[in-house]
Design a protein around this ligand. Sequence first.
Ligand SMILES: CC(C)(COP(=O)(O)OP(=O)(O)OC[C@H]1O[C@@H](n2cnc3c(N)ncnc32)[C@H](O)[C@@H]1OP(=O)(O)O)[C@@H](O)C(=O)NCCC(=O)NCCS
Length: 143
Amino acid sequence: MHYRTMTINDYDAAIALWSESEGVRIRDADSRQGIEKYLLRNPGLSFVAEAEEGLVGTIMAGHDGKRGYVQHLSVADSHRRLGIATRLVSLCLEALKNEGIQKSHLMILPENEAAQTFWASQGWAYRSDILLYSFVNGDNHNV
Ligand SMILES: CC(C)(COP(=O)(O)OP(=O)(O)OC[C@H]1O[C@@H](n2cnc3c(N)ncnc32)[C@H](O)[C@@H]1OP(=O)(O)O)[C@@H](O)C(=O)NCCC(=O)NCCS
């Protein structure tokens, strides 16, 4: 398995992986342009795992100078339970740490029990002490 930084050239393979991934919601912000903007704004913080047959894993991260935000962790069904997500998370956290980011957040769909077990296995704590609020600035509610 080969691990490297994600680039916009990975977009087609990544969107194909996410489309098949039950725990990843694809929004308009995941357009090629949206992902390119995200990668340029957060250089070196998103990673892919590549097998001989191509891309089999992704993780994306960014930060606001204080907190890190992790998203789009996805491993191809054919390659799960091999430690690929664990490695992607550790690459991502190392890169965030190198930027001075010591605490990160992520969102999980409530029905995604596999993800909840996975993140708990990585030492991430479920927060019952905060509520997440979102605001849509415009008419597009799929943004
Ligand atoms: C969640 C996901 C990323 C895990 O990827 P993975 O490469 O299989 O994970 P790892 O092999 O690194 O798993 C590490 C540990 O996490 C736990 N774990 C992983 N998948 C699990 C599952 N389906 N059920 C229960 N525990 C699981 C196990 O403790 C596992 O260790 P073990 O295999 O020694 O028992 C993968 O199942 C996936 O892509 N799911 C769909 C997308 C998704 O839900 N992404 C998360 C969005 S928040």
